[in-house]
Design a protein around this ligand. Structure first.
Ligand code: SF4
Ligand code: SF4
Length: 482
C-alpha cells in the first residue's frame, strides 16, 4: 500500500473521493454546517494558553505607547505609521518595502519548514474563532451533539432565547474586534473621539466601525472555516512551498493502516499479524476537525493545523494502550522513510535571503535620520546682487520631524564660505510635524562658478549633523568681478 497523497499528487490507491467535494458543502453546493466536537488534550491546552497571551496583546496593543507613540499604528489614510513606537513617514518607504519583503520571506521559510503552524497557533481568525467564539457557542448551546439537536429542533421559546443570546453576544464581540482594528488604523485617541463626540461629526469613522463590525460578525457567525478555505490565500499558497520535509499535522499511515475497529476478542499482536494497523477507525479525529476533513486522507488545503485531531487520536491511543502520535507533527519523509527533520538546501537559500533582508532592515532603521528635509529654490527668483556686492539666493526648506519631540534646528553651509540666514528666526520643528521656513544664502561672487554652483547644507540638531541637503546656487554667468 502506498502513501496517502500528502501533497496533492497522484495516488496509487483509492483513498476515497475526498478531493472531489468539500467537507462543508453537499452535492448541490449547499453549506454543510460543521458541528466540531470540543477538543481536549495537551495541544489544546497549550493553544489555549498561547491564545490568552496573543489575544491579550492584540486587545491591549492599542493602549501601549513607547516614547509617547503607539506600539503599532497603520494609518494609511493620513499616511502616519508607528511600528514599535517608531514613527515612520511616507519618506521611509524603503523601510516599508524591505519590512514587507522580510515579512513575506519569513512566511515562505516558516511554511517550508513548519507548514501551517501560523494558522493553528497564531492566526487571529483561528484564535478568535476556536478560542473565543466556539467556546462561547459551547457554553450557550452545549456540546457539538447538543448543538446538532438544537439546530434540528422546531423553534421554541428556549431555542429562540439561546439563538438570540448567542447572536447578540457574537455581535457585541464583533463590535469589540472592529474597534480594536480601527484603533490600530487611526489610533486609540481618535477612536475615543469618534465614540464620545457628536456622531454627526464622525460619519465616516462610524461608517467604518459599523462595516467592520458587520464583516467580523458574518466572518465568525457564518463564514467561519470557509474564510480559510475560500478567501485566505495562505492555504492555497502553502501547496507551492511545502515539500516532503515540511513539518505538518500528519497521519502516520504506515502505522495506522489497515484500519479496522478494535475487537475485544482480538489481541493486538494478532491484529497486527492479520495486517491491521493502529487506526481503529473511530473517526474521533474527524469529529473534532473544525474544517470537517479527514486527516487520514493526507495533507489538505483545508487543514489549519489546529492539532485537535492529534489530541483526539492521542486520547484513543491512551484508551487502547497504543503509543501516542498516530496523528502528529511530522514530515512525509519522516513517516515514509523514518528520516529526522532535515534543514534542506531550499531552506538554507531562503534563510540566506532572510538574513540579508534582516541586515538591510536593521541598517535602514539605524541609519534613518530623525528629520527629513527638502530644500527648494523660491519659485521664479533668480539671484539678487546686494549693495555690498555679494550674490543672494532665496530658498524654502521643508523639514519633517519623525520623532515625537520638538527639534530645534540649525543650518550651515558645508562646502563654501558665506552666510545663511533663517528668515523666520529660530527654526524648531514640532514632534511628528512638518515645518517650513525661508532661508537666504549670501555668497561672494569670487567663490562662485559661472551660472550654477553646487551647495551642501548641513542640518544640525543639538550640535550634531542629522541630515545634509544639496541644492544649486544661481549666480551671474561671468564671475569674479561683475
Ligand atoms: S482518531 Fe486515530 S484511531 Fe481514531 S480514526 Fe482517527 S486516526 Fe484512527
Ligand atoms: S485535520 Fe486536524 S489539524 Fe487539520 S484542521 Fe482538522 S483537526 Fe485541525
Amino acid at each position: 500500500m502506498s502513501a496517502p497523497d500528502q501533497k496533492g499528487g497522484a495516488q496509487n490507491v483509492n483513498w476515497g473521493n475526498f478531493r472531489d467535494h468539500l467537507a462543508t458543502a453537499d452535492k448541490e453546493g449547499r453549506r454543510q454546517w460543521i458541528y466540531a466536537r470540543k477538543p481536549k488534550g495537551r495541544f489544546y491546552n497549550w493553544r489555549t494558553y498561547g491564545s490568552w497571551l496573543l489575544l491579550g496583546i492584540l486587545f491591549i496593543g492599542p493602549f501601549i505607547r513607547i516614547h509617547g507613540n503607539p506600539l503599532l499604528m497603520l494609518n494609511i489614510v493620513e499616511r502616519r505609521f508607528s511600528i514599535l513606537g517608531k514613527i515612520l513617514w511616507p519618506q521611509d518607504m524603503a523601510i516599508f518595502a524591505v519590512a514587507l519583503l522580510l515579512y513575506f520571506m519569513s512566511i515562505i521559510i516558516f511554511t517550508t519548514a513548519f507548514g501551517r503552524l501560523w494558522c493553528g497557533w497564531a492566526c487571529p481568525q483561528t484564535l478568535l474563532l476556536e478560542m473565543v467564539f466556539r467556546k462561547i457557542e459551547y457554553l450557550i448551546e452545549g456540546s457539538a451533539a447538543e448543538q446538532r439537536v438544537l439546530a434540528a429542533a422546531p423553534w421554541s421559546k428556549q431555542k429562540i432565547a439561546r439563538k438570540v443570546f448567542k447572536q447578540v453576544t457574537f455581535f457585541g464581540l464583533s463590535l469589540l474586534i472592529a474597534n480594536t482594528l480601527l484603533s490600530y488604523v487611526i489610533g486609540i485617541d481618535k477612536l475615543f473621539q469618534i465614540i464620545s463626540d457628536d456622531p454627526r461629526r464622525h460619519l465616516v469613522g462610524l461608517g467604518f466601525m459599523v462595516t467592520f463590525t458587520v464583516l467580523f460578525y458574518l466572518l465568525f457567525a457564518r463564514f467561519r472555516e470557509q474564510a480559510c478555505t475560500f478567501i485566505c490565500p495562505y492555504g492555497r499558497f502553502q501547496s507551492a512551498v511545502i515539500d516532503d520535509n515540511s513539518l505538518v499535522v500528519a497521519y502516520d499511515y504506515k502505522r495506522g493502516e489497515n484500519r479496522s475497529p478494535a475487537r475485544r476478542s482480538q489481541s493486538w499482536d494478532l491484529r497486527l499479524t492479520e495486517g491491521f494497523g493502529d487506526c481503529v477507525n473511530c473517526r474521533a479525529c474527524v469529529s473534532v476537525c473544525p474544517t470537517g476533513i479527514d486527516i487520514r486522507n493526507g495533507t489538505q488545503m483545508e487543514c489549519v493545523n489546529c492539532t485537535a485531531c492529534i489530541d483526539a487520536c492521542d486520547s484513543i491511543m491512551d484508551k487502547i494502550k497504543r503509543p501516542r502520535g498516530l496523528i502528529r507533527y511530522a514530515s512525509l519523509n519522516s513517516i515514509e522513510k523514518g528520516e529526522r527533520f532535515k534543514f534542506t538546501s531550499r531552506m538554507a537559500w531562503y534563510s540566506v535571503v532572510l538574513v540579508a533582508l534582516t541586515s538591510l532592515l536593521v541598517f535602514l532603521i539605524f541609519t534613518r535620520s530623525d528629520v527629513d528635509a527638502t530644500l527648494l529654490r523660491a519659485p521664479g527668483a533668480l539671484f539678487q546682487r546686494t549693495p555690498a556686492g555679494t550674490i543672494e539666493n532665496l530658498y524654502t526648506i521643508k523639514v519633517v520631524n519623525k520623532t515625537s519631540r520638538d527639534i530645534p534646528l540649525e543650518l550651515k553651509l558645508e562646502n563654501i564660505k558665506g552666510t545663511l540666514k533663517l528668515m523666520g528666526g529660530a527654526f524648531t520643528v514640532p514632534g511628528e510635524q512638518l515645518a517650513q521656513t525661508s532661508i537666504l544664502i549670501d555668497l561672494a561672487p569670487e567663490d562662485l562658478k559661472p551660472g550654477r554652483t553646487q551647495l551642501e547644507i548641513g542640518i544640525y540638531a543639538n550640535g550634531k549633523r542629522v541630515e545634509t541637503v544639496e541644492t544649486v546656487f544661481i549666480g551671474p554667468r561671468t564671475t569674479g568681478a561683475n
